[in-house]
Design a protein around this ligand. Structure first.
Ligand code: PEP
Ligand code: MN
Length: 352
């Protein structure tokens, strides 16, 4: 059976197209044995065509009334491509929007270490004006001797952080077998950079019913990142958030090279929200605020920032964690930049 993911060609209707105009395109396509998937947008309807592209090319589609454009989707990803979905996807995270037109702040500890540390970090996030909390119970460490996270106990603390502040949460899931459990405790499942092409994990996350945040692979191209999103989307969800977190380059002066151009570049290619993690790119706390400012100015739909009540005692990524003093003004600064690029704070939307 034809699936949306098989779409090779799209017809974009103009803003004045009526039901009849759309029906006309659909019947032309069906008359040559094709299938048409109609996706109504806020402004424009887009019709995806599945079937024999050569036959579609012979149809007078471009000359039919109120057809604006006929485009061949030459990309290997389809469901997440802009061509198929002109309106940006706004992911609703327990009432908090992430996507075009909004600016969302995510903050919290890299790892959940103790209940006290995690709750204090959650309060710091709330005071800085964050909308969503981060905090990991499962850590993907380069060294097997490093702190691996508290596991299920960490998830329980994550839930307490959310209850304490009323904020939704995002947390990393490391393997397919953990998805069901982690999904019980969080609003967004995060797939880390080291798992960016773990396709069984991506598929399992796509089936979870939760929103999924995809870190870009350590040396992943934008296309590989979008293909990872396509794996998730094929399981039937478009609640996918792309997170640029720096790529590995020859430059050792910081942990990773934040690829700021990836923000506008990815947004041109996909309708999904694109956000930035300035903490895991900078790797040093001095770099986090400037990178966060640059990310917002470049159009990032959210930033995700590591904070810690006592970074010197942190069991993971202490050098990049911001303290209460560091974040005192950062939240307001980022909101001002967001405002300058036409984004309103995510909290302006009623919680659903
Ligand atoms: C993290 O956000 O804690 C993390 C491990 O990030 P990344 O997967 O980008 O290294
Ligand atoms: Mn980390």
């Amino acid at each position: 059976m034809a699936k949306k993911g098989d779409i090779e060609m799209v017809v974009v209707m103009d803003t004045k197209a009526s039901e009849d105009d759309i029906g006309r395109v659909v019947s032309e396509v069906e008359a040559v044995g094709g299938q048409a998937f109609v996706s109504p947008g806020k402004l424009r309807t887009v019709i995806g065509l599945v079937g024999d592209t050569a036959r579609f090319m012979e149809l007078p589609l471009a000359t039919l009334p109120h057809v604006e454009q006929v485009i061949r989707v030459g990309k290997p990803y389809k469901l997440v491509a802009r061509e198929l979905h002109q309106d940006a996807t706004i992911v609703n995270v327990a009432g908090v929007p992430i996507g075009e037109g909004y600016f969302t702040m995510i903050a919290g500890p890299c790892a959940i270490e103790t209940e006290e540390q995690a709750i204090e970090a959650a309060r710091m996030a709330q005071d800085m004006g964050a909308h969503i909390l981060r905090g990991d119970a499962y850590k993907h460490r380069t060294s097997p001797y490093a702190f691996q996270g508290l596991g299920k106990r960490g998830l329980e603390i994550l839930r307490l952080m959310s209850q304490e502040t009323g904020m939704p949460t995002v947390t990393e899931v490391l393997e397919p077998a953990d998805v069901e459990l982690v999904a019980e405790y969080t609003d967004v499942l995060r797939v880390g950079t080291r798992n960016a092409q773990n396709f069984p994990l991506l598929r399992e996350c796509g089936r979870s019913g939760k929103a999924v945040m995809l870190k870009r692979g350590m040396a992943g191209t934008i296309e590989e990142w979008l293909m990872a999103a396509e794996y998730v989307a094929r399981e039937g969800t478009s609640d996918i958030i792309l997170c640029e977190r720096g790529i590995r380059t020859y430059e050792p002066a910081y942990r990773n090279t934040l690829d700021i151009a990836a923000v506008p570049a990815a947004k041109q290619l996909t309708h999904l929200p694109v956000i930035v993690d300035p903490s895991h790119s900078g790797g040093r706390k001095e770099l986090v605020a400037p990178l966060a400012r640059a990310a917002v100015a470049a159009g990032a739909d959210a930033v995700m920032i590591d904070i810690h009540p006592d970074p010197r005692a942190a069991l993971c990524d202490g050098p990049q964690a911001l303290t209460r003093d560091d974040i005192a003004e950062l939240g307001a600064e980022l909101l001002a930049i967001a405002d300058a690029v036409g984004k309103k704070p995510a909290d302006h939307v009623a919680r659903g």
